[in-house]
Design a protein around this ligand. Sequence first.
Ligand SMILES: Nc1ncnc2c1ncn2[C@@H]1O[C@H](COP(=O)(O)OP(=O)(O)O)[C@@H](O)[C@H]1O
Ligand SMILES: Cc1cn([C@H]2C[C@H](O)[C@@H](COP(=O)(O)OP(=O)(O)O)O2)c(=O)[nH]c1=O
Length: 208
Amino acid sequence: MKQGKFITLEGIDGAGKSTQLAWIVELLQDAGKPVVVTREPGGTTLGEQLRALLLNKTMIMHAETEALLMFAARREHLDKVILPALTQGQWVISDRFTDASFAYQSGGRGLDSGKLAILEHWVQGDLQPDLTLYFDVPVEVGQQRVYQSKSKDRFEKEQADFFQRVRAAYQDRAKQFPERIRIIDSSRSLADVNAAVEQTLQPLLSHE
Ligand SMILES: Nc1ncnc2c1ncn2[C@@H]1O[C@H](COP(=O)(O)OP(=O)(O)O)[C@@H](O)[C@H]1O
Ligand SMILES: Cc1cn([C@H]2C[C@H](O)[C@@H](COP(=O)(O)OP(=O)(O)O)O2)c(=O)[nH]c1=O
């Protein structure tokens, strides 16, 4: 029986997820919540090895292989990390989850979202995050932030039109699940985004 809360962070590369993750952990710890931080693809020994393959910019793979590996890593992640932590009453914060597959593999690569929905149901059953923070930025802003910060991986080396499709797919998904997915305008200053995150988390914290 799930007791903890499951929060996921989404957005195109460079949206500011990792930066906000640290702030969210601080807010939850200040509120006395036991927090587990994790990420996708990854989060387990096997998942991190799959991540290395998926992000390796010299690796060539079919788009469906890519999707299947994302969901294989997710199955392991749920089994080894997410479900045990939730059952123990911990708050799980994941830097990306299934919305990323709909955004990148369906929006970005063009896979049929119906196939992904089958994998989603297979791997997660009815489990969905309690809250998803979608950090929305224009593609140019995200790309500028990524290029300033580090060398590009297999996804980050994609062109702007790929990220336009990813962003559009995220926005569609946020419209489809407005209760769960909250849109945060991440093009603003760090202080403004921090404040928006705090405000969005408040109802979840005060219902506890
Ligand atoms: N609101 C913001 N304003 C300006 N720069 C930001 C903001 N949020 C994050 N950054 C910077 O942008 C870069 C990418 O941020 P990061 O959190 O790593 O993004 P993501 O995890 O979504 O790819 C980092 O150098 C970070 O310091
Ligand atoms: C979870 C997930 C990630 N991805 C992609 C999005 C990102 O480009 C990449 C993971 O990188 P990311 O989480 O952004 O890590 P970093 O901040 O270290 O670059 O994997 C998918 O394409 N589908 C998925 O289902």
